[in-house]
Design a protein around this ligand. Structure first.
Ligand SMILES: Nc1nc2c(ncn2[C@@H]2O[C@H](COP(=O)(O)OP(=O)(O)OP(=O)(O)O)[C@@H](O)[C@H]2O)c(=O)[nH]1
Ligand SMILES: [Mg+2]
Length: 323
């Protein structure tokens, strides 16, 4: 995998996607070899042309001799099974190019954890030597916002009509955009969307000298405006060479806190017998105890148990322990 073997990369991502303990063990081993790739997130409401745009960006990256990994996040596929195939078809121009690796990841019905699976898959691509990693995600909720935060640069895509722009701006996508794209600019109303974004940006009070997100028009199907978009990616990268590290720190802090919370709950589940835990639940449901006191009681119960053998197990910290 570290030598870039595509079948190994695919298998590694499968382990991560399935939440297999081997996936975690793998990340532990490769982490020191990551941090080289540049991660570009492409997000926006359903059907705005993200895949078509990603396909064009692959082309631009390849023109400049860079290798590309693509992760498509597909929240719809557990229900419809359709869009993954759609992405493959749209990006099929690159399917014969070994410099391009495309992977669609389904959420398999779990919404939580998608963001972490995505960043772990990006680590695999990074370690395998990909220069650019493009992450496509439908911008609808917190999980997607988290995914976008995990990128070095975020492209937010909107289209004319349907009031999508207002919706996306409301969903907090506004704050995470480094570049705005108004795709389907061959349709009526593109200029209106551009000016509504610009007026929202005017309210955002961007500090002097800080990056001001450009608002670009594209027609992804024809490749119009894509060279300009790619140039804007390069401009952002040059403008904010240390932004990557700042984002890393923010990203890793929330990742660590999230992992810690998850591991702590797992640990509680391991040391507090289920019937005892259930008793707390019943007590809260029947109003004998309030939830805050119940949590405190559970925490002390767990702490008492943890003073025993589990602490030693934590010192051994075997991979996948406690799953
Ligand atoms: N007219 C026009 N159609 C476009 C443009 N870009 C993409 N499309 C079409 O819009 C449809 C959706 O494109 P996709 O690239 O699949 O959009 P998407 O955002 O990836 O969609 P989801 O992943 O399902 O959310 C396809 O039929 C594209 O051919 C454009 O610039 N102009
Ligand atoms: Mg798509």
């Amino acid at each position: 995998m570290l030598e870039g073997d595509l079948r190994s990369v695919a298998r590694a991502i499968s382990l991560i996607e399935d939440c297999a303990p081997e996936g975690e063990a793998l990340v532990r081993r490769i982490y020191g070899r990551t941090g080289r790739a540049y991660l570009v997130g492409v997000t926006g409401p359903p059907g705005v042309g993200k895949s078509t745009l990603v396909d064009r960006l692959i082309g631009e990256a390849r023109k400049s001799g860079q290798t590309v990994g693509v992760i498509g996040i597909d929240p719809t596929s557990p229900f419809t099974g359709g869009a993954v195939l759609g992405d493959r078809v749209r990006m099929s121009r690159h399917s014969q190019d070994p410099g391009v690796f495309i992977r669609s990841m389904a959420t398999r019905g779990h919404l939580g954890g998608l963001a972490c699976a995505t960043s772990d898959a990006a680590l695999v691509l990074d370690a395998s030597g990909r220069d650019i990693i493009l992450i496509e995600t439908v911008g609808v909720g917190q999980d997607e916002v988290d995914i976008v935060r995990a990128a070095d640069l975020s492209v937010v895509t909107l289209v004319p009509g349907a009031g999508d722009e207002v919706q996306a701006l409301k969903a907090g996508i506004m704050e995470i955009a480094d570049i705005f794209v108004v795709n389907k600019a061959d349709r009526e109303g593109a200029d209106g969307v551009v000016s509504s974004i610009i007026s929202s940006l005017a309210l955002a009070e961007i500090p002097e000298g800080a990056w001001r997100p450009p608002v670009l028009k594209t027609v992804a199907t024809e490749g119009r405006g894509v060279a300009e978009l790619w140039a804007a990616v390069g401009a952002f990268r040059r403008h904010s060479p240390d932004a990557g590290m700042k984002r890393q720190v923010i990203r890793q802090e929330s990742r660590l806190r999230e992992l810690l919370a998850q591991r702590y709950v797992e640990q509680v589940d391991r040391v507090v017998p289920p019937e005892e835990f259930q008793q707390f639940v019943t007590d809260v449901a029947e109003r004998r105890v309030d939830p805050y006191s119940a949590v405190e009681a559970i925490m002390s119960r767990a702490a008492r148990a943890l003073r025993g053998p589990v602490l030693n197990a934590a010192v051994d910290h075997g991979a996948g322990e406690g799953r």
